[in-house]
Design a protein around this ligand. Structure first.
Ligand code: PMP
Length: 394
């Protein structure tokens, strides 16, 4: 009855377990949600009012597949304020998740190789699997994907594209170093492989200098850039975008037409009006500051409560801390089960590894946790880890 394509998509036991994390009293570091108390509610309400008075019923009418022009103009300037990038390069999508779906539809034939980082974003892996891609993952370290390993892999495979998150990667929070960015672009040009750059977190930077996107480094050539307003304004509008050369953008528009005709008109108008209001910079600064404080709270709680054998990073932005536990056979899925009994949750890392490794890793979200809960929740995880460690020693 079902298509071959859906048969290849595994349901995840972890997802079922994580459904329990919505029960009252649970402290969840599992999701990837922005903090709702920071949503710019008044500004959005004002923007919506303005949209209704300016555009009337046309703000609720069908609109063009590529997206409304004033918003595409703003995005074109934002992604690359240089020659050669304009509205014809921008498609507004229903979340960047739809961007990934459209790219998959356009570029993946059954059995085509898609290269990813190891680990990588679950939603992207799911989309590639739905189109029956053969996912080949390339090792990453604290500087991002290992270009040397990528070069070796390219000797034996010819991928449809490589999928990367250069800024504050999901799940690891790692940023691709400047040196590797330039090496990577050169290598992919040389091997004639398209790069799909997913960048929902780039603007959530807490310290240091933003590195240029691959898209801007390559002046928009041979890179399909995907980003979103989900993490910087609100996710509920589902307004996001793809930037690509005009030919690819045109093909993506064809695919989108057959998918949903266009992204919701009102959401696009409200986002556009909100961006025009001039409040966005201030809002972003406040979000960055709040997330930085939460990251620091989580890091100091981990310092206090996690075992000495555990290691973790200090991401310079984004929403996640990535922890690696002692490689002694402990599976973070078992840790999660015990944590849930104590009303605290995280995502076991193995989920994110296309090659099935990473059993001793965990992803901890800090953006959507109340400051009081961060200390409490990390302490509970620390107690579970200490308990399991002492069981091992017995
Ligand atoms: N890409 C990455 C790396 C993500 O983490 C997410 C959301 N968690 C998305 C894409 C999808 O976001 P949205 O559809 O809300 O734009």
């Amino acid at each position: 009855m079902y298509s071959e394509r859906i048969a290849g998509v595994r349901s995840s036991a972890i997802r079922d377990i994580l459904k329990l994390t919505t029960r009252p009293g649970m402290i969840s570091f599992a999701g990837g949600l922005p903090a709702p108390e920071l949503f710019p509610m008044e500004e959005i309400a004002r923007a919506a009012q303005n949209v209704f008075s300016k555009y009337g019923p046309s703000s609720l009418q069908y609109s063009i597949t590529e997206g409304i022009k004033p918003l595409r103009e703003k995005i074109a300037k934002k992604v690359y304020d240089g020659q050669g990038i304009g509205v014809e390069n921008i498609i507004i999508t229903q979340g960047s998740q739809q961007g990934l779906d459209l790219i998959s539809k356009l570029l993946i034939d059954k059995g085509a190789v898609v290269l990813t980082e190891n680990p990588s974003y679950l939603g992207a892996l799911q989309s590639f699997r739905l189109f029956q891609a053969d996912i080949v993952s390339i090792p990453s370290d604290e500087k991002g994907i290992q270009v040397k390993k990528l070069r070796e892999a390219l000797n034996s495979v010819k991928p449809a594209f490589i999928y990367l998150m250069p800024n504050f990667q999901n799940p690891t929070g790692v940023t691709l170093s400047m040196e590797r960015r330039t090496e990577l672009i050169e290598l992919m040009r040389d091997r004639d492989v398209l790069i799909v750059e997913d960048d929902p977190y780039g603007e959530l930077i807490f310290e240091g200098k933003s590195l240029p996107t691959l898209f801007s480094l390559a002046r928009g050539k041979d890179i399909v850039y995907v980003s979103s307003f989900s993490k910087t304004i609100v996710p509920g509008f589902r307004v996001a975008y793809i930037a690509a050369d005009a030919e690819i953008a045109g093909k993506l528009a064809l695919v989108k037409q057959g998918t949903d005709l266009h992204t919701n008109t009102l959401g696009q108008h409200v986002v556009n009006e909100y961006l025009e209001s001039g409040n966005h910079r201030k809002h972003l600064d406040m979000v960055r500051q709040t997330y930085k404080t939460r990251r620091d709270l989580m890091l100091s709680a981990m310092e206090k409560h996690f075992p000495k054998s555990a290691r973790w990073n200090k991401p310079a932005g984004g929403m996640f801390i990535w922890a690696t536990l002692a490689d002694d056979g402990t599976d973070s899925k078992d840790i999660l089960l015990r944590c849930i009994e104590k009303d605290v949750a995280f995502v076991p890392g193995r989920e994110f590894f296309p090659d099935g490794s990473g059993g001793n890793t965990m992803r901890l979200n800090f953006s959507n946790a109340a400051p009081d809960d961060i200390e409490k929740g990390i302490k509970r995880i620390g107690e579970v880890l200490a308990g399991m460690g002492s069981e091992k020693r017995e």
